[in-house]
Design a protein around this ligand. Structure first.
Ligand code: GLN
Length: 493
């Protein structure tokens, strides 16, 4: 078996058994990246020197016997996490020259635990998108191919498209992502891997380039649920530098993956039967329910009546917060500058040339909904509906332990599709946005292939800070689904 094919858990075990070194594991991944990244464009920056020195340090720690839980594990880091001394672009021209003098809390914790950073993964500009098409560094190709249409290039989903493609194509054992409205779960589903957005507040947002601060959450991608659990334990935890970070102990998520789900109640939200949803996604959802019943859980229909407003309110709240967060890119403090003798003109030219069309669209929407005269009609109203969306979930979780839904309303689509219709693009997140609005933990598990041979995911949504139940049910779903399919483009093929 090639080293790049291993699960993270397996690699960890074999590193400890000294069957191979961290240096060898890292080298195997760097070679795979050299071979495939020119095609997939999953990494914006490859940090070869950093990776090699981290691997060497991991080997020394393993030899001494004081290695951290992730010693020698090669990861891709979404290029939205600030990494000290390593360029951090957020997928934007405006940050193309930005080298942070500090490290995000999440990546600092991964380093503390011994991880190896292979590089910075591509993403939609400022994490705005569902296809990775808005990156200033070019699109990412999904390593999966549609049956009989191998020439067509598909999107990996977004915004964490580079992270998901890198893990699926075996160019990393795991990756970090961020999810504001679906950016971990939807690309995980499109690329046939697992990805979890934990509860809002579980992972520190400090040092992550902000998109919509009341929604942004970091989380892991990996090829198995257990591997996600291992990564999340290192990423999560209280951070005094983020006032919304939760001061709660971080449980052993890996152990939670082995829990029985007997007697757990699984809710099926009636409103997620979206009109026009492909029959094969509906069928997979039903199969998922049957698998969980076979594992001893009970099913029950629940109602989330305000779910239908999820997308509309998200596209008020998220742009509003984005317009405020992105005001800091003025050509003076961060990244690129287009010079002018006049300060106002310097701001205008820098922002006009630095931001891409989707980011400009969000800034315009956000500024509009926050403007005097419209604030009450849009922003304030959206916040009220957001409270109702949360109330629906609270009500449902008084009767069930976890909710099962599809992750996305379609499989991966072609690069360039939906680009001239932003609303069509936004509809990708119809099933993921409600959990984001309510701050709830939610995972996507690869569960099957569609008729064209493309992966489909199922989503599990849990109670606040109950990632353990989410992991337990996800692991049961994964065992039952037995998804062992591999993408056509991957290391060594
Ligand atoms: N696709 C959604 C958006 O464009 C979600 C993005 C995300 O979760 N970062 O806003």
């Amino acid at each position: 078996m090639r080293l790049t094919e291993l699960t993270l858990a397996e690699a960890r075990k074999r590193l400890r058994g000294r069957e191979f070194s961290a240096a060898e594991l890292t080298e195997a991944h760097l070679e795979a990246i050299a071979a495939l990244n020119p095609r997939l464009n999953a990494y914006i920056t490859v940090t070869e020197e950093l990776a090699k020195s981290q691997a060497e340090a991991a080997d020394q720690a393993l030899a001494r016997g004081d290695a951290g839980p992730l010693a020698g594990i090669p990861l891709a880091i979404k290029d939205l996490f600030c990494t000290e001394g390593v360029r951090t672009t957020a997928g934007s021209r405006i940050l193309a020259p930005f080298v942070p003098p500090y490290e995000s809390t999440v990546t600092a914790q991964l380093k503390r635990d011994g991880a190896v950073f292979l590089g910075k993964a591509n993403l939609d500009e400022f994490a705005m998108g569902s296809s990775n098409m808005t990156s200033a560094f070019g699109p990412v190709e999904n390593p999966w191919k549609r049956k009989g249409a191998e020439a067509a290039k598909l999107v990996p989903g977004g915004s964490s498209g580079g992270s998901a493609a890198a893990v699926a194509a075996q160019l990393a054992l795991g990756a970090t992502g961020t999810d504001t409205g679906g950016s971990i779960r939807q690309p995980a589903a499109f690329c046939g891997i697992a990805g979890i957005k934990p509860t809002y507040g579980r992972c520190s947002r400090w040092g992550i380039v902000a998109f919509a601060s009341s929604l942004d959450q970091a989380g892991p991608f990996a090829r198995t649920v257990e591997d996600c659990a291992i990564l999340l334990r290192s990423m999560a935890g209280h951070d005094p530098k983020d006032s919304t970070s939760a001061d709660r102990p971080v449980p052993d998520y890996e152990a939670a993956c082995r829990r029985s789900i007997k007697g757990l109640k699984i809710g099926i939200p009636r409103e997620y039967r979206a009109p026009g949803m492909p029959a094969e996604i509906e069928e997979l959802w039903e199969r998922g329910m049957a698998w969980l019943k076979d594992a001893g859980a009970d099913a029950q229909e629940v109602s989330l009546p305000h779910t239908k407003y999820g997308l509309a309110t998200y596209y008020i709240v998220a742009p509003a917060e984005a317009s405020s967060n992105l005001a800091r890119y003025d050509g003076v403090r961060f990244g690129m500058r287009v010079e002018s003798d006049d300060l106002l003109e310097l701001y205008e030219r820098t922002r006009a040339q630095g931001f891409g069309p989707e980011v400009k669209r969000r800034i315009l929407i956000g500024t509009y909904v926050l403007s005097a005269g419209y604030y009450e009609a849009y922003y304030l109203r959206a916040q009220k509906v957001r409270a109702l969306i949360l109330r629906d979930f609270t009500e449902a979780f008084s009767r069930v332990d976890v909710l099962l839904t599809p992750t996305a309303p379609s499989a991966a689509f072609e690069q360039g599709a939906k680009m001239d219709d932003p609303v069509q693009m936004y509809l990708n997140d119809i099933f993921t946005v409600p959990a984001s609005m309510a701050g709830l933990p939610a995972i996507s598990v690869p569960a099957g292939l569609d008729a064209q041979g493309l992966p489909l995911g199922l989503q599990l949504i849990g109670r606040p800070f109950d990632e353990e139940t989410v992991f337990a049910v996800a692991a049961a779903l994964e065992r039952a689904a037995g998804f062992t399919h591999l993408p056509q483009i991957r290391a060594g093929v």
